[in-house]
Design a binder for this molecule. Sequence first.
Ligand code: AMP
Ligand code: MG
Length: 427
Amino acid sequence: MGRHQVGVPFGSMTPLDDVRKVVLSHCGPGPIVLLPATEAHGLVLAADVVATEPVPPFDNTAVDGYAVRAQDVARTPVTLDVIGELAAGGVATDAVREGTAIRIMTGAPIPEGCDAVVMVEDTERVGNSHVAIHKSAASGDAIRRAGSDVQVGVTVLTQGVVVTPMVEGVLASINAGTVSVYRRPRVGILSTGDELVDDGSPLQPGQIRESNRTMLRRIIAETGADVLDIGIVRDDESVLEQVLRDAVNVQHCDALVTSGGVSMGDYDVVKAVLGRIASMQWFQVAMKPAKPFAFGTLTNDAGVAIPVFGLPGNPVSSLMSFELLARPALKSMMGSRHPYRARVHAIVDEDVTRKPDGKTHFDRVHAYWGATDGRVHVRRTGPQGSHQLAATAVANAIMAVPDGVGVGAGDEVTVSFLGPESGPHVS
Ligand code: AMP
Ligand code: MG
């Protein structure tokens, strides 16, 4: 990308996939850090995790029942002497000998001499000190062996795995302590526009309530990034320039997301300022909503090229260009091997007509399981205008309507789901 470069001539559009390739080529994995496993939620493992403890750590019972010798219960019914009792957390002191059993609770260690556990439902207590066993057991029955979940020395989690809550559970089970992960990028978010207010004051003529930044800061946090909320910046070139320079030099942002000011208007200050101080491409993406999209890099004082995502101001456009272009880039910066959302096929429940315009339309839909045909179905959640966030807000997925005249009820469409994948990290 050359400085001041215009990526495509105005009027011509670039396919979404081509824009994505440009963006991802500038957004590779960031630095690797060692973090406590409990602070790595949502991040990508940068190294394999090898277990140094077995799970479970000792042979234990999978059921509440009686620890026995399998040969003593080969033929049933049989009555055994109950010589003790053992709960989870207890330590076996007595051994199971011929003709005896130990009452044992799930998770308790297997006593010496025992090679099977009979579940309590297959037994009947006879007085205080005897038990009748009604069902035979084979050696090994209902015993969970040490290391049967995770063995010492095995690679239990590989590089590239995302630290989900389940992965956190595994890391806790092997006492991992710290993990090597791709660092959370610090992402600055700002909205531009003289018309915007966010302080709850009565609206003056021409003013509107700010909503994009409020929405996007949470969505950015849900990607696993740390968010720096820069606030609303007036449509003033020198103020905006200073804010952007501070963001990459003083606040040490690793990426910037701006909302508004990237269209063709006279007060599109983001375009003016970034065009001057950064190396940008101004895309007309072949999609609706969110045709205008700016991407480039702003080089900080240390010489590092910081990715900048210039999202359009209309709230639905802002959301969709973040979702389809910026989100995958942030995921890639966090080391994700699969930065794009998974897609599924779904049946559309209604006719969705459109005119050919060279764009893919991304309509916001409610996706649900069709109980009668076992397929995913979708229907639009309301009006699809780029300023109509309320209808989009209740969607759980987006449907791609290819260029042409539209799709009919019962047609198959491609859908990707919206929503968080990891917890919030807002600073
Ligand atoms: P722009 O991209 O700056 O030309 O803005 C396009 C439209 O989106 C205008 O109607 C703006 O008032 C509106 N808009 C811009 N930024 C925001 C924002 N942060 N929250 C809500 N609406 C916005
Ligand atoms: Mg504006």
